[in-house]
Design a protein around this ligand. Structure first.
Ligand SMILES: C[S@@+](CC[C@H](N)C(=O)[O-])C[C@H]1O[C@@H](n2cnc3c(N)ncnc32)[C@H](O)[C@@H]1O
Length: 193
């Protein structure tokens, strides 16, 4: 079967990152590929990704390190801020809690973890088994158009799903926004819990 026949694509989703910034160094989880956060914030970013080829493909600027979010090689309470730009959709659900625990562990007290991701409904079992989200991303001086696709089976997720996982490990939600079929959530490491 032709790969194109397997694609289920939603409409183009728009994200405006022009005003996004974080204090200090930013650890970008899965920052290979387009490396959008790296394109936006440059040398402030430490981009980690288990795939060397994905990191090599990403633009220069960030410090790129081969690392898996399931086992972060940072000390406890040492990272200023963390981002995940359409990376969690690529990580199997069975590992999400583990990844959130690692992020919580390495973040400084009161540090923020910001995610952008997509609502993926349940797979219906049809021929189209790759769920694709096309994006138009506004950065400071340009617009990037790209598309991220994952195997649809067992990939269903939505904003509340991630909020539940995050709250389980101790995060509190400080901001959230739905933008058509995608969303933005800002979590804070809440040390008083
Ligand atoms: C295709 S990119 C998506 C968007 C990317 N953040 C960007 O800005 O373009 C997803 C990345 O997540 C990475 N990834 C998958 N599993 C991961 C894990 N366990 N830890 C960190 N990154 C992971 C993939 O290797 C891939 O490079």
């Amino acid at each position: 079967m032709n790969q194109d026949d397997r694609m289920f694509s939603i409409g183009v989703q728009k994200v405006d990152l022009k005003g996004f910034s974080q204090n200090g160094r930013v650890l970008d989880i899965g920052g290979g590929g387009e490396g959008i956060i790296g394109q936006l914030l440059g040398e402030k970013v430490i981009a980690i990704d288990p795939r060397c080829d994905e990191l090599e493909e990403a633009a220069e600027g960030p410090l790129k390190i081969i690392m898996d979010a399931r086992e972060l090689k940072f000390l406890n309470n040492t990272v200023d801020g963390i981002t995940s730009f359409f990376t969690l959709m690529y990580i199997e659900k069975q590992y999400h809690q583990n990844v959130f625990e690692e992020i919580y562990r390495v973040l400084k007290e009161e540090g923020e973890f910001v995610i952008w991701d997509v609502t993926i409904p349940q797979y219906s079992g049809g021929i189209e088994d790759i769920f694709v989200v096309p994006l138009e991303i506004k950065l400071k001086e340009k617009i990037v158009t790209t598309a991220y696709g994952v195997l649809w089976d067992k990939a269903e997720q939505d904003k509340n799903y991630f909020i539940n996982v995050a709250e389980k490990v101790g995060f509190e939600v400080v901001a959230e926004e739905n933008m058509n079929q995608i969303y933005y959530i800002k979590f804070r490491k809440n040390v008083s819990k």
